[in-house]
Design a binder for this molecule. Structure first.
Ligand SMILES: *Cc1c(COP(=O)(O)O)cnc(C)c1O
Length: 405
């Protein structure tokens, strides 16, 4: 998507605007498939929570993807987008037994991550095959916000509790058809990931009816030039070979599954905003844009760094800016960032705005959520209308409508 194409989209659909490059999603998907070409059965479950627009889900379905979901509503979105229930896995954390039962009744693969629910579900539904999420206690990355492998993590069943799992499985006579881990984002070191995988293989040998082994996700994507990213090709080669050896020894056909979110959609997305004001203080120059953490919260929530380009003046001289929002709170997108000279009215483009951006947007400050556009075959296609004031009122009940008062 070139600057002039992005500016044309702003002219057509207004700002702020999310725009996703379908071709980038396709190429990332194909990269992953190609990296694991030596594995005969591969399933890629796209993590819906990263970006849940149904047009995006349908694009991924067209590529052959399955879905990874964390709520019954994500399951329903997937079914609405046209996915078969059998192509969806449900990997919730801390949801009610009832929600899990409702999802299982739809025919979706259940993944259970705690002993209490495993025991209750197995007792009531011993005929429904279940996948278990284990926690191998391997730290990925090192940022405690996104690492879910540590010993006191709320995610997964500790490997140290495996004897308890086996006792539940034996007593309930339930079937375990999959084993899963998701150690959290940012696999920088493939050896760490392979080490965690060994723990998964080791524990997989306890079960005789496995159909798949799910390695979750955590693929790191570059946020700026020169950033380290997960070497998918190396991972495909090494894990693929190891998986094939395990499957051979296991003596039953096994599927290798992944659940990437960020890897598939992060780089495909741009978030476009307009500069309302350029404000000088004694020490800095602020570019104040028509957005805030109500539309893109990752910089404030996780300290994520999103590259920002002035696409209205791409060839201009670079200056230092602090890019801030219009929310009545501190909402700094970027501090002291080198950006080509900004004039009021210019359009700024945020990179890596495909994953965990729109899906985390809110109506804080009673602002409307942006429109979403899919860029495909040279066309900008509207896939979500900008919210309207009526949307803010939808579901609210004014006092004068309450007859009992
Ligand atoms: C969030 C999540 C993913 C996707 O993680 P990414 O870092 O976006 O690839 C995969 N599996 C589970 C269980 C998740 O909760």
């Amino acid at each position: 998507m070139k600057p002039n194409e992005l500016l044309a989209a702003i002219n057509e659909f207004g700002s702020p605007l999310y725009i996703y490059d379908a071709h980038k999603i396709t190429s990332q998907y194909n990269r992953l498939v190609d990296a694991f070409e030596n594995v005969s059965s591969l399933r890629i479950h796209y993590a819906v929570k990263a970006l849940n627009n149904i047009a995006v889900l349908q694009h991924l379905k067209g590529l052959g993807a399955c879905l990874d979901t964390v709520s019954i509503q994500e399951v329903q979105l997937g079914l609405t987008a046209g996915f078969a229930a059998s192509d969806i896995i449900f990997t919730p954390n801390g949801v009610s037994l009832e929600e899990i039962e409702n999802v299982a009744a739809l025919g979706v693969q259940i993944n259970i991550d705690n002993l209490s629910i495993l025991e209750q579900f197995g007792t009531k539904h011993p005929k429904t095959p279940v996948c278990i999420r284990i926690n191998p206690h391997v730290m990925a990355g090192g940022n405690t916000n996104i690492s879910v492998g540590h010993i006191d993590s709320k995610f997964g069943i500790s490997i140290h509790q495996m004897p308890h799992v086996l006792r539940i499985v034996e007593n309930t006579e339930m079937t375990i058809n999959g084993i899963h881990m998701h150690t959290g984002s940012d696999i920088l070191d493939i050896d760490v990931f392979l080490y965690a995988s060994e723990i998964l293989f080791e524990n997989a040998t306890h079960f005789n009816d496995l159909e798949f082994i799910d390695f979750g996700s955590g693929f790191k994507v570059p946020y700026k030039e020169g950033d380290i990213e997960t070497d998918i090709e190396e991972l495909g080669q090494k894990l693929g070979d190891r998986f094939n050896a395990f499957a051979k020894a296991y003596n039953k056909p096994l599927t290798l599954a992944f659940e990437p979110g960020k890897f598939l959609v992060s780089e495909a997305g741009k978030f476009l905003v307009q500069v309302n004001a350029v404000k000088q203080t004694t020490s800095t120059v602020f570019a104040q844009v028509n957005s805030g953490f109500n539309h893109l919260i990752r910089p404030m929530l996780y300290g994520s760094r999103h590259e920002i380009h002035n696409i209205s003046n791409p060839e201009g001289k670079e200056r230092f800016y602090s890019v801030v929002g219009y929310i009545c709170e501190t909402d700094t997108f970027a501090n002291n960032r080198r950006i080509t000279e900004i004039t009021e009215g210019d359009v700024l483009a945020f990179d890596n705005a495909g994953a965990y951006c729109f899906t985390m947007a809110s109506n804080y400050n009673s602002r409307l959520r942006p429109a979403e556009v899919l860029w495909k075959d040279g066309n900008a296609i509207l896939i979500r209308k900008r919210e309207t004031f009526e949307d803010l009122l939808h579901h609210q009940i004014p006092l004068e409508d309450i007859v009992s008062l």
